[in-house]
Write a protein that binds this ligand. Structure first.
Ligand SMILES: *Cc1c(COP(=O)(O)O)cnc(C)c1O
Length: 371
């Protein structure tokens, strides 16, 4: 029996990648913001409709360095969501800042903007929401709140590659956004990440921070890190970007095949965006409700016995991680907790065989009927 995993990375045609990297054997430029790195930054500014794009080795380093670029006083508070990947909360904590967890909306799983203001104190310096599964946050409301309280607004846009709202790139909202180009994301550079940012000072700070703070041969101006995307990864991005429209279209076909068969199944709820933006079909999450008959974990195990590897994404929520539980107690998040016990993301990737989608859906439908 063939195994089906929750995701499978997109690769460009082999010959295209070989053509793209051939020149490296003439130039011997492997890294340090070489020509491919620069080319990809310009292409992504264009595609993502953002003013400045800065590449990094991965999305997490990008986010960690973005928070460090703002030089917030140690112990400052950042209002964020626990319904996310480990990276978001770790980036806050690893900067010596304190995550303050805000609950999420029941329908689209993004931060509940109406609950933010009650969490603001004189220590709050920033809001860090996540565009979960590519469902964008209420960026208009968040913009108003951050401006009214003079807070930085930075987005974890790891799931939101290519999404547009009001004809603007999603990365142009707020002060800055982080995108992840990890192998499993809609667009990949094998590993990679990006910050889009309007403010020129922050841009320059980030360029310093990703290269040891080295300004020139004789000046080191900040205790920087090393987070430069290498030329082979940049080349993968250049190739994958050429096919991105087709990639998203191929994902749409898989997505719609699922929707047609799972809509209206008793005890199964689909997750829809509440803000009308374009879609990138990054994930296919479903909620398994009490009246489904078996539990989320039951369905997860059942699919596994048939070679189908779904994921409990996001479970556990980050404020329930071993390393954080009991530590950051401010802000209760009962809705995030409940959703994390119901959520299952089904296999979703470009060119996932539609017969497999049908098989997965028929298992889900039949299980419901038996009980
Ligand atoms: C993937 C992801 C990240 C981290 O990105 P990497 O490129 O893997 O470091 C951060 N936040 C979210 C929500 C993610 O899904």
């Amino acid at each position: 029996m063939e195994k089906i995993f929750v995701t499978r990375p997109t690769l460009p045609p082999f010959e295209e990648y070989v053509d793209e990297i051939r020149g490296i054997w003439d130039s011997h430029i492997l890294t340090n913001m070489g020509p491919k790195h620069q080319k990809l930054e310009r292409e992504l500014e264009n595609y993502l409709k953002v003013e400045n794009a800065i590449l990094f080795t991965n999305g997490h380093s990008a986010l960690e360095l973005l928070l460090s670029a703002y030089s917030f006083p140690p112990g400052s508070e950042v209002i964020t969501t626990p319904y996310t990947f480990a990276s978001t909360t770790h980036a806050i904590v690893r900067n010596g800042l304190v995550p303050v967890f805000c609950d999420i909306n029941e329908d689209d799983c993004t931060i509940d903007a109406d609950k933010i203001e009650t969490l603001i104190t004189d220590k709050t310096v920033a809001i860090l929401p996540v565009h979960v599964y590519g469902n964008i946050c209420d960026v208009d409301k968040l913009d108003k709140i951050s401006k009214a309280h003079d807070l930085k607004l930075v987005y974890d846009s790891a799931h939101a590659f290519g999404i547009e709202y009001k004809r603007r790139g999603i990365g142009s909202f707020g002060d800055a956004s982080m995108f992840s180009f990890h192998a499993t994301k809609v667009f990949n550079t094998i590993e990679g990440g990006l910050i889009s940012c309007k403010d020129k000072n922050t841009v320059n700070r980030l360029i310093d921070l990703k290269n040891f703070g080295i300004r020139n041969e004789e000046r080191v101006i900040v205790e920087g890190s090393n987070a430069k995307l290498n030329e082979f990864c940049a080349a993968m991005g250049i190739c994958n970007l050429k096919h991105i429209e087709k990639t998203i279209e191929n994902r749409r076909i898989v997505y719609e095949r699922y929707v047609r068969q799972l809509i209206g199944v008793k005890g199964i709820e689909l997750i829809y965006p509440r803000i009308p933006a374009t879609k990138n079909f990054a994930y296919f999450p479903i909620k398994i409700k009490e009246d489904y008959g078996i539990s989320r974990d039951g369905l997860y195990d059942l699919l596994k016995t048939k070679g189908i590897y779904a994921r409990k994404y996001f479970y556990p929520i980050t404020n329930e991680f071993e390393c954080y539980i009991g530590k950051y107690t401010k802000g209760k998040t009962p809705i995030a907790h409940k959703i994390s016990s119901e959520i299952l993301t089904l296999p979703m990737y470009e060119n996932l065989d539609l017969e497999y989608v049908d098989k997965i859906c028929s298992i889900i439908r039949q299980t419901n009927r038996i009980v």
